[in-house]
Design a protein around this ligand. Structure first.
Ligand SMILES: [Ca+2]
Length: 385
């Protein structure tokens, strides 16, 4: 986060210490954020001389009999898709707890609105926010909020809708311009890097070699050059892409990674350039199977361990609910099963299942002449242990 601000001059749009006694800063307002009854009793929200270093601060005092909970909002600032805002603030809390039907809101965040003033949700949530701890001394909270498609403005939002006391001071929001990526092109890649997250010449060559090797093993070619974005840290990747994972693919020629060399995502990109696979189990299984290991250990070692622990789910469940199961379990299991299929048949047989239509059960039966349960038994028998 610090790095982003350092490499690209950020433009502050909101900055207040809540230092005018008794009144909210110019442009700030309140509106009802939640109700826990039909009454109009509100929490005490005001500016008090209890800020950091003896200054004024905004204070929320909630009680069990409150039924109408206001949010505190900054004025609307223009926002456009692609913009990001770094929202920061200092928060102190004392005894925050839910009573009755209260909601667990104790956050600093940003809310975005469309041209009609309607909230534009992000990932099913109205606010991109960071929660304060229930009891904490002055702590700096920060959140990077990405402007969603359709939004034209954004506001900083502060919300406490529970019993207890919270103080907020020195709130700011900075517009973070697009970062200045350094680009190095090779025949097959465009490597994009930021200061603090470089990629050496040897690593670029290694990525090129991995691409060629994987194409050979898959029998597929990535016809388009690959845009490889390497991030210096997870906070920067999350802020810039909205995806907090170690690495991901955003379209058929673009991968984003924390690592300077990435084989797993390269498999995804090659596969995506050659068609669509509708099964996350097969997509991740193929990428893991190609590397032959998971977090430094053999795939079958993981499966044996899960079986001994009683944690190995039936494959039928992974086929339907892959994203609902812990990925520390799903990835090596899917990888091990796909590796088994690649031993049982050849790559092109597997790819008919991968790119096939209809249920995965039917595709497996057609390609391997056996149903899922039979294949699963064979696979586990081969793993032993
Ligand atoms: Ca202050």
């Amino acid at each position: 986060m610090v790095l982003l601000v350092a490499v690209a001059l950020a433009e502050p749009v909101v900055a207040t210490g809540f230092d005018v006694p008794g009144v909210l800063p110019a442009g700030w307002s309140t509106q009802v954020g939640a109700t826990t009854g039909s009454g109009d009793k509100e929490p005490s929200i005001g500016i008090v001389p209890e800020g950091r270093d003896g200054s004024q601060a905004l204070r929320f005092v909630g009680r069990g009999d409150v039924e109408r909970w206001p949010v505190v909002l900054s004025r609307a600032e223009p926002a456009a898709l692609g913009d990001r805002f770094l929202v920061e603030g200092w928060v102190r809390t004392e005894g925050l707890r839910r009573e009755g039907g209260q909601f667990d809101n104790r956050y600093l965040g940003m809310v975005f609105e469309d041209a009609k003033g309607e909230i534009v949700e992000v990932g099913g949530k109205p606010v991109q926010a960071v929660q304060a701890a229930p009891d904490q001394d002055w702590t700096r909270l920060s959140i990077c909020a990405a402007v969603p498609d359709g939004a034209v403005s954004g506001r900083v939002v502060l919300f406490v809708s529970m019993t207890g006391t919270a103080w907020v001071d020195d709130v700011s929001a900075e517009r973070i311009p697009a970062p200045e990526w350094a680009v190095t092109e090779t025949t097959r890649h465009r490597f994009h890097t930021l200061p603090g997250g470089p990629m050496t010449e040897a690593q670029r060559k290694r990525n090129g070699a991995i691409l060629a090797e994987l194409e050979g093993r898959l029998g597929l070619r990535a016809s388009e050059p690959i845009d490889y974005f390497r991030y210096p840290d997870r906070a920067t990747k999350t802020c810039l892409t909205g995806n907090a994972g170690n690495a991901h693919v955003s379209d058929e020629h673009t991968l984003h990674s924390l690592w300077p060399v990435d084989s797993h995502e390269t498999v995804h990109v090659i596969a995506r350039q050659n068609g669509r696979c509708d099964s996350p189990f097969l997509v991740e299984g193929l990428a893991v199977a190609m590397s032959g290991q998971w977090m430094g250990e053999g795939l079958d070692v993981w499966v044996r361990r899960f079986r001994e622990d009683g944690r190995l789910p039936p494959l039928s469940r992974l086929l339907t609910s892959f994203q609902e199961v812990d990925d520390r379990l799903t990835y090596p299991v899917a990888g091990s099963f796909v590796a088994f299929l690649l031993c049982r048949g050849d790559m092109s047989t597997f790819l008919t299942v991968y790119y096939g239509e209809g249920s995965v059960h039917e595709r497996l039966r057609e390609a391997y002449g056996a149903d899922l349960e039979t294949l699963e038994r064979e696979w586990l028998a081969g793993i032993g242990g």
